[in-house]
Design a protein around this ligand. Structure first.
Ligand SMILES: CC(C)(COP(=O)(O)OP(=O)(O)OC[C@H]1O[C@@H](n2cnc3c(N)ncnc32)[C@H](O)[C@@H]1OP(=O)(O)O)[C@@H](O)C(=O)NCCC(=O)NCCS
Length: 171
């Protein structure tokens, strides 16, 4: 477990899979993500077992005090180039309560201070206004746009790549 004030990240346990599946299957979540799969128990279990054998992916539970707030997704973990893709989804009932900024602060603490990463990056849909606001606020800079990369709700939407470097975080 890693902590930051009263916030924390911990490993996913099998008991977490049900609420994680519900979070991912919720339309308010998947509509903001670049990919979409219907998750069922079997797929979720398969994914969990694969994650536990793969050192390029780490999903963590994000919480505040005794409450699970959401999940953090660390993917494309590259120990040679010291970069990784980061992201997180907050449970609908905990959104709008300013838990997103500390989620990215603790991701940065883990990525830069603990794992020695040089670059954390993410991809966000151009119409995800809340996400864009939060990422800029915690120091991510826009790097470029994958034009019309994602098909959503009858339209092709731009996918924006953002990153923060260790040197920027240390300032
Ligand atoms: C994106 C997400 C993690 C943000 O968490 P949250 O709990 O909703 O956000 P918070 O309450 O912590 O902060 C929201 C911020 O956005 C601002 N905001 C709210 N609506 C906004 C809008 N329409 N446009 C711009 N900013 C907005 C708020 O004022 C707040 O900023 P502030 O702290 O400077 O006042 C969460 O909404 C979520 O899980 N969404 C669904 C899945 C998702 O989008 N995942 C990320 C994919 S890249």
């Amino acid at each position: 477990m890693i902590t930051h004030n009263n916030y924390w990240l911990r490993a996913v346990e099998e008991d977490d899979l049900t609420w994680m599946k519900e979070l991912r299957n919720d339309e308010s979540t998947w509509s903001q993500l670049g990919n979409f799969v219907f998750l069922n128990e079997a797929r979720q279990k398969n994914w969990f077992e694969n994650m536990n054998c793969n050192n390029n992916i780490e999903y963590l539970v994000y919480g505040y005090k005794a409450i699970n707030i959401g999940i953090v997704r660390l993917t494309e973990i590259d120990h040679i180039n010291r970069s990784m893709c980061v992201g997180g989804d907050i449970l609908p009932q905990h959104r709008g309560k300013k838990h997103a900024q500390p989620m990215y602060e603790i991701i940065q603490k883990l990525g830069f201070d603990v794992w020695g990463m040089n670059r954390l990056w993410l991809l966000v849909l151009a119409n995800n206004e809340v996400g864009l606001h939060v990422y800029k606020k915690v120091g991510f800079k826009e790097e470029g746009i994958q034009r019309q990369a994602i098909y959503k709700d009858g339209k092709f939407v731009d996918y924006i790549m953002m990153s923060i470097l260790n040197s920027e975080y240390q300032k």
